[in-house]
Structure formats: C-alpha cells, structure tokens
Design a protein around this ligand. Sequence first.
Ligand SMILES: [Fe+2]
Ligand SMILES: [Fe+2]
Length: 360
Amino acid sequence: MACSFGSLVKNAVGSNGVANFYDEWLAAGERIQGAFRNSPMVARDADIPWIRTRQDAKVKLMVSNSLGFPTMGGTVLKGEIPAGWHTGKHAHGEESLHILRGRGFSVIDGQRFDWHEGSTLQVPYRAAHQHFNTGGEPAQYLSAMCFELEEFVRLAKLEQLEDCGATDPAELAAIPPQASEYLRDGPRALIHLEDAPTDPGDEPTAQLAANQKQHHLTKYLVFPRNGFKPASVAMAHVFEEPPGHHSGRHKHLEAMLYVLSGEGHSEMGGVRQRWQAGDLLHVPPAMWEHEHFNEGDKACRLLRIQFGIRFWFTNIWPDGYTSRRATDELGRPIQAGRIEADANAAVESPVEAGGAALTS
Ligand SMILES: [Fe+2]
Ligand SMILES: [Fe+2]
C-alpha cells in the first residue's frame, strides 16, 4: 500500500519541529471551538447563485462543510423545477425534502407521491427517485442529506439514472396515480403540513425540559409518531413565533432552521444573527445557548432540519450533549413568550457566509 512521506512524519516524535499526531489531537478541541467563532451561521438566499446540474435545472447548495459551515456532515440545498419539467432520476443516501412552492409529484421506488407547498417527503437510503412539476409555475424544494458524512465514512454513492429536462406528456400520463402516503410494505414517505399534528405524542426528545414551551406553535413532520422511520436526516418540525415573540432559550448539538416566512434574528453564543425568508440558519454542534426573536409585524415560520448523527453522539455522552434549558439570573427557565425591552443585548455577527470576518 502507498504511504506518503507526510504520513511518516506525522508518526515521528516531534521530528523537525513538526507536531506528531498526538500533539495535533491535543490541540484539536481548542482549534475546533475557535473555528466555530470564525464560521458562517446563516446561508443568505439572496447571496447564493443558482447553478445547473444533471439533476436540477436550477439548484443552490446552501449549507455544507465545503462552504465553510462547521457541520456534522449534513448538507442542505434548494432546487427549482421549471414548469413542465422534471428533475433527474438518481439514488443516494437518505434524503428529506420540503416543498417550498408549486405542485407536482415524486416517484420513489416506483411509487407516486403527490405534493404541494408545505408537503414533506422522506426518501429511504438508496431508493431511486425523481420529481415532476405538474403546475403552471416553477416548483421549489429544500433537500437535506448526509452526503458529506457518508463520504467521510467511505459510503457515499450517488448514481444518476436520468438527467433533468422537459417532461413528455405521454410519459406523465402513463405514471399511475398515488395509492398511499406510505411506501409499499414500508414507512411513510409523504406528509402535508395541513395534516401535521401539533402535539409530539410520545416522542422522547419532546419530553426533555430543554424543549418545553420552546416555541409558540410546533408542527411535527418526519417523526415515528407520524409513521416515518428517519435514520440520518429529517425535516422534523415547523415552528411558528407570532410578531413580538421570542422562542425559548436552550442549547444542544447541531440543528438547521430554514426560514419559510417572516424575518428576525437569533442570538447564538452571544452573537446576533439576522435572517429573513429564504435564509438557512446553522446552529453549530457547539452547545451554545441560543434563542430566536421575531421583532417584525408578521409571524415567523421556521422549518427545522435534524440529523441523526447528533443523537448518536448524544447517546455516547448524555452528560455533555443532551439538550439543556437555559435559565435567567433568577434561575427561571427561559421559555417562549413576548419580547421584553431589555431581552436582547447580543452583539451583531462579525461573520458573513463564506467565513470571512468583516473588518468594520
Ligand atoms: Fe435526491
Ligand atoms: Fe434549538
């Protein structure tokens, strides 16, 4: 097997002033924590250009490690399907999708699932799938996967079965209608927002003190209580905060929040991050206290994306990584409610997407 000179040096003990592997390990924790402070936390929709790929006529990668976000290996992109078009057909790891606008259907493992704005789809690991726009306007979707994590553990495999393009009406007519929101002999693949429950059922994480009264309103999407069996990624919730309201304050490992509507800001680790509809907020795996504020005159709706790797690590170290509720100076839990005049004194973010710190 080939062995590079660099790898030999790393195993040497302090040769030529180069840190050996153990010295690098000793420094890793501080280096990682420092990097959080210099990393972007909001992917701003307006700043990210569309590109074309074999899969999508228009697509933009929003959050990924390759863009400088300190992720646990998850990726989120936004795609647009022109009227009368379909995406490519492909297979890869597990994927969770939320329809942002438009109307159409997806074919997953040969089964059709009809969708419209607010629908969420769960694609199982390695299932071939393709999306068709049947409306008169462009359709948009948000997609979350663990491609970079799968790549790191040497399991990533993306196979392109067809390219995107205009849909042949005869081909469209030949696709059988939807029979169920469930895969044949399998878990659920589709839920519409109007059908999403607002109670968590017996969902264990919802019982944690850190998640009590965290939002004014919560709708549950890809959860076992709804018939889904997500493993690595899920479009999990839609949260709503009315005008003049804030969320609870807590801390946990990674999550991502896509702003469906409204505008506001989040305070994360003492730094204020502004966002508006179309943006994607990355809560890094830093166990920072955070809280979301809606100071606008319209309700804020946030779509929460969760990655299974977070819970894998929470199980490894429950004392360190289990979600925690933050309290005020009198020890009272900070839960969702009205914004008070002195409630947010965080400084503005010095970092913009792309990782460069502003100089002014
Ligand atoms: Fe896909
Ligand atoms: Fe949170």
